[in-house]
Ligand binder design. Structure first.
Ligand SMILES: Nc1nc2c(ncn2[C@@H]2O[C@H](COP(=O)(O)OP(=O)(O)OP(=O)(O)O)[C@@H](O)[C@H]2O)c(=O)[nH]1
Ligand SMILES: [Mg+2]
Length: 610
């Protein structure tokens, strides 16, 4: 056994928005890995279109820089709790981690979650207090809280001996002592070289663990992962070992390593490095690729289970099949299967209905991102309300529970606690700071969080921040009643007109503008009362022969509330569906006519009585 002093493998972990991707920018920019004419900008690694739009990292990614002849392989990870599966997937490639903590927010639930994952794998931690340029930073307290977190999570004493650096990722500076003037990020690179253990390598036949997959239309499947033993080169025969114990034979075509944003084609790569290889077309994440002489599989990557589920089905609305070019059961299932290969914390299976699949993920956002991606690819389908996944353990029903952290103002405490107590939340902690800011920490079943984000931003006028992290499974807390008002439901098929919508606005708020196609059973707004009501939004004003001075005044409509996909997912009830097409997001009742709905509700009342 030996060490490779010319490589370090580090993962960057933190709570959402604490500045991981910005710190990677700083490392890439300082290392001058770009061609002179390359336009780079900000959040360079967040290249996927949805990542750019939302300003968050969704998928973990690899890059590398060279410092003092040492190649530092960097793994950027997402901080949002819904993408925790991504963090679990890639941490096995690293020997050390940079734990970023925001100098104002301090450690958050997801900081604890990812630090635990990293420490359990035995990674060497380096703490980076980021955003020290911000006014109001409270570094001493953040350091103390971070120390508490380590005391709670470390599995060995040496993990408590971590270095602390202070950074402004945005300005591209890192210092080792507070108050020092930062020039660049050299102290961070020095610290990585000095403190992260160089990769341990075994000599012997080739063996690598596949942590990521990519596709290329010419090269086919690309397997990405760390080499644990031996060397790999083009034309080398290998085997791929699968989850069911089966083995397939292949020949490596090309080998790449990382540098900046480029993949460098190399003639050979050795243990300790992170590589991408082509030619192994039968491979999944977690599989081991090895040479033929010695074929034992490395331990598979452990991924936490999904917590929410919803159905994806063929669009059965009266407007179905008109807007997406991919809309059949077969196309939908093939796409979901493709997603399962790379999206490790996702599950999909058939249901009683041949046109509907059950899809499970780590949270509403996890599923919403998949829906949005598919819709942009031209898919059309319908989805149901997400539900928390319950299971039976030792004969008892259990459900997922999360930690919810809210940063808000004093004036909203009352309304938030009231809303959350209806959602079975328990207040765990409440801390005020000198201003009227307050941090509330709740323990809440996942089912209570579904649909909460919308209500939360309305109640706090978009002025507060909420974050969640998965805690574990607990005995079922009991059923929850929906707290949403009724829907305004279109009663006729046709084109919505101003007059009809004006009538609807007398009852509540509307979601569509005049000129939109509607059908019977489509949800066009939110009632201001609890029950659903049917409204004919296609109804024109009756023409009369008598001209009155007021009747010709143009009707002014309040602009419709446009629900984004995530808001729609949050909004719908069990008896409703979302119709997703490349052009539209429509809401509908599952059962389109009032007769079907009343028959269904009386039979479900009968079922409940029995
Ligand atoms: N003031 C200040 N802002 C920063 C600093 N570092 C990052 N930011 C800002 O913080 C926001 C989030 O930064 P990201 O780098 O996307 O955070 P992230 O940790 O990668 O977020 P996720 O990948 O979504 O978990 C961006 O608006 C950055 O410009 C810093 O040092 N100082
Ligand atoms: Mg990021």
């Amino acid at each position: 056994m030996s060490y490779r002093s010319d490589i370090r493998n580090v993962a960057i972990i933190a709570h959402v928005d604490h500045g991981k991707t910005t710190l990677v920018d700083a490392m890439l920019k300082q290392s001058k890995v770009f061609r002179n004419n390359q336009m780079v900008g900000e959040l360079i690694m967040d290249q996927n279109a949805l990542e750019r739009e939302k300003g968050i990292t969704i998928m973990a990614k690899n890059t590398a820089v060279v410092y003092r002849d040492v190649k530092i392989n960097i793994i950027d990870t997402p901080g949002h709790a819904d993408f925790s599966g991504e963090v679990e997937r890639v941490l096995t490639m690293a020997d050390g981690c940079l734990l970023l903590v925001d100098s104002i927010e301090g450690p958050m639930p997801q900081t604890r979650f990812v630090l635990r994952l990293a420490l359990n794998l035995g990674l060497k931690p380096i703490v980076v207090i980021n955003k020290v340029d911000r006014r109001n930073s409270r570094i001493a307290e953040v350091l103390r809280l971070t120390e508490d977190l380590f005391l709670e999570s470390a599995i060995s004493a040496d993990q408590l001996d971590y270095p602390v650096l202070y950074s402004s990722a945005r300005e591209g500076t890192v210092v080792t002592e507070l108050g020092m003037k930062g020039r660049d990020i050299t102290p961070l690179l020095e610290c990585i070289l000095g403190r992260v253990t160089p990769p341990r390598v075994e000599s012997g036949p080739f063996q690598m663990l596949v942590s990521s997959l990519a596709y290329d239309s010419h090269k086919g499947k690309i397997a990405i992962g760390r080499i644990w033993r031996g060397k790999v080169a083009p034309h080398q025969p290998v085997v791929s070992m699968h989850v069911d114990g089966s083995v397939t034979h292949h020949e490596i075509v090309e080998v790449f390593t990382y540098l900046g944003l480029e993949h460098l084609k190399v003639e050979e790569a050795e243990a300790g490095d992170i590589v991408a290889v082509t030619g192994v077309d039968k491979v999944n994440i977690g599989d081991t690729i090895s040479s033929l002489e010695q074929t034992e599989a490395l331990p598979r990557i452990q991924i936490g289970e999904p917590t929410v589920e919803m159905t994806f089905g063929v669009n059965t609305s009266p407007l179905g099949g008109r807007e997406g070019h991919l809309s059949t059961t077969r196309q939908l299932w093939a796409r979901l299967c493709r997603e399962l290969e790379t999206n490790l914390s996702l599950r999909a299976q058939g249901t009683d209905s041949p046109d509907t699949f059950l899809v499970r993920g780590r949270g509403e956002l996890h599923l919403a991102i998949l829906i949005e991606t598919m819709r942009r690819e031209g898919y059309e389908f319908e989805v149901s309300k997400p539900e928390a996944i319950t299971k039976v353990v030792d004969g008892n029903l259990v459900e997922p529970v999360e930690i919810l952290t809210i940063d808000t103002k004093d004036e909203y405490i009352g309304i938030l606690t009231e809303m959350l107590s209806k959602r079975q939340a328990q207040l765990m902690d409440m801390r005020n700071d000198v201003h009227d800011h307050v941090r509330l920490v709740f323990r809440v079943p996942t089912k209570g969080l579904i649909g909460f984000r919308n209500a939360f931003s309305t109640a706090t006028r978009g002025d507060s921040i909420m974050n969640t992290a998965f805690l574990g499974y607990e005995p079922y807390h009991g059923d929850m009643v929906s707290t949403r008002n009724g829907a305004l439901v279109a009663s006729e098929q046709g084109i919505a007109v101003t007059y009809g919508l004006h009538n609807a606005q007398g009852r509540g708020c509307t979601f569509i503008e005049p000129g939109k196609l509607v059908y019977e059973g489509m949800v066009i707004g939110l009632n201001s009362r609890p029950r659903d009501i049917a409204i004919n939004v296609c109804k024109e004003k009756k023409k009369t022969n008598v001209r009155s001075s007021t009747s010709d005044i143009a009707i002014r409509l309040t602009p419709p509330v446009k629900l984004s996909l995530e808001q729609a997912v949050d909004f719908i009830n069990d008896d409703e569906l979302i119709e997703v097409t490349p052009e539209n997001i429509r809401l509908r009742k599952r059962l389109l006519t009032p007769a079907q709905r009343s028959k269904d509700s009386s039979s479900s009342r009968r079922r409940a009585k029995q």
